[in-house]
Design a protein around this ligand. Structure first.
Ligand SMILES: CC(C)(COP(=O)(O)OP(=O)(O)OC[C@H]1O[C@@H](n2cnc3c(N)ncnc32)[C@H](O)[C@@H]1OP(=O)(O)O)[C@@H](O)C(=O)NCCC(=O)NCCS
Length: 246
């Protein structure tokens, strides 16, 4: 069973959905509530539907085990700007999900917000105008100082950190991403906020890791001044263990 988070301790579980057969997905989705079944049915691209399905199964199974509730009793609602939240049972646990290129990540925290993002390193090559649009001048300079074949990796590192931060705050993509400027040259990523995004860099903790050879995962969480950086436990979950019938 996956462990429980605590205030000073976040847990991230990730899984690879690429081996999930289509007929298994069609069977598993019937365990989800009607609104989630309807969302699953709307995806035109089967791999994206599978990622959505597995994210919801992973979050529900984990939350059910930790709250002593049946998975069907975990009610998730869509909050402001699309952020999912736990409507029932009453709990101080919080979760966030991300999916990309066949990998799904779920972060669980207790009594604090947390955001997670994943990117597939072999996604379509990212054109330079994308980092000029979304990155701060210091980030652009760092990306362009990398050898050509390392630029996509560095851009996606910044991208996942930015999205993890936005998701921890429950903001949408509408914010000015170039105003959250990361530095990834030290032991841990650090941030500076520019212009449209106010905040105190010391009030945040960030981290990143590689999930298998081709995916990057970043996380973000607020950190009260003077408190230690949270510990983060990372767990791989085999997708077949998420069978809702098991
Ligand atoms: C939430 C957002 C910031 C990230 O979405 P995304 O990168 O498309 O997708 P991810 O897989 O990382 O995250 C999706 C999950 O985030 C969560 N989420 C959605 N809105 C959220 C919000 N406002 N705050 C926190 N979490 C949110 C949901 O759990 C969602 O998964 P689910 O619908 O299966 O439950 C979204 O607002 C967005 O629009 N992103 C733009 C993506 C983009 O332009 N990418 C280009 C990369 S180079």
């Amino acid at each position: 069973m996956l462990p429980a988070p605590s205030f000073g301790h976040l847990v991230i579980a990730w899984t690879d959905v690429r081996l999930l057969p289509g007929d298994t997905a069609a069977e598993w989705v019937r365990s989800l509530p009607d609104d989630e079944q309807a969302r699953f049915a709307k995806y035109r691209h089967a791999p994206s539907a599978h990622e959505f399905l597995v994210g919801r199964l992973l979050a529900r199974r984990w939350l059910a085990a930790l709250t002593g509730t049946a998975a069907a009793g975990i009610a998730l609602v869509e909050g402001p700007r699309g952020r999912p939240a736990i409507a029932a049972p009453a709990t101080s646990l919080q979760f966030n999900l991300a999916h990309s290129g066949g990998v799904v990540a779920c972060i669980l925290s207790d009594g604090r917000e947390a955001g997670v993002d994943v990117e597939y390193l072999d996604r379509r090559p990212v054109p330079a105008d994308l980092w000029h649009r979304f990155c701060a001048p210091s980030e652009i300079a760092d990306i362009e100082a990398q050898p050509l074949d390392a630029r996509q990796h560095r851009f996606l590192t910044y991208w996942t950190l930015k999205e993890a931060y936005l998701k921890a705050r429950g903001l949408g993509i509408a914010v000015e991403l170039a105003d959250v400027a990361f530095s990834v040259t030290g032991l841990h990523p650090t941030v500076a906020f520019r212009e449209s995004l106010d905040g105190t860099p010391a009030d945040w903790a960030f981290g990143m890791f590689e999930a298998g050879p081709r995916h990057l995962i970043s996380w973000a969480t607020p950190q009260a001044p003077g408190t230690p950086r949270p510990a983060v436990d990372i767990h791989f979950v085999a997708v077949d263990t998420l069978d809702p019938a098991s």
